[in-house]
Ligand binder design. Sequence first.
Ligand code: AMP
Length: 222
Amino acid sequence: MALHNRIVLLGPPGSGKGTQGAILAERMGIQEISAGELLRAEARTDSDLGREVASYINEGRLVPSELIVHLMKQAFLAPENSNGFISDGFPRSVEQAEILHEMEEGPEFNGKKIDLVLLIDVPDDYILQRILGRTQCATCGTFYHDTFKPTKVAGVCDVCGGKEFAKRADDTEETVVSRLRIYREATAPLIPYYENKGLLVRVDGTGPIDAVSERIKEIVKY
Ligand code: AMP
């Protein structure tokens, strides 16, 4: 049994939350719940809500909290996640953390609370390089990076053999600058917030993907 199994990943855009979250979840046999992926799925639906969500994402702004809280609560309480989960990208503001805290106090959560907040630390000059090189298999969604995580065979997805790749609509230089500003203003205050609760642990997010995973393994002790 791992030391921690209800884990929040915190860190600026491009810090590797999605990559490390997926590795950690697979190794621990639990699911990664990605707030951004849930919202992108909503944005793909041909509905008024979908279009509204897409406009927030494409401008790099945070969607209103009630919307993401609803989606995350459903995922946290899903029976298949009762043994734990990795939350990537939620909470993303003190307001959301306080809503989560209230939910955890309620009967539905049955005393099960977030037990670790892992802050993936990377210097600013990493971020742009990491984000701008990012591509995603259009078929199965696996993420790659031109320099740091290329496909084994050029132009072919390692996982599903797909040959079409896409960039995230919000992975442009302009949007990254806005996402970083919002990270500093809205999300970074979560660092002292969770430090005060004794839940925050920092991990160095620089270097090869495997090296970062090993550092995380030492902390989570799975
Ligand atoms: P990500 O995939 O984590 O980089 O998130 C992509 C985008 O989804 C963000 O830039 C926001 O527009 C939106 N988003 C993701 N998580 C949240 C959240 N917890 N609260 C509000 N908006 C979010």
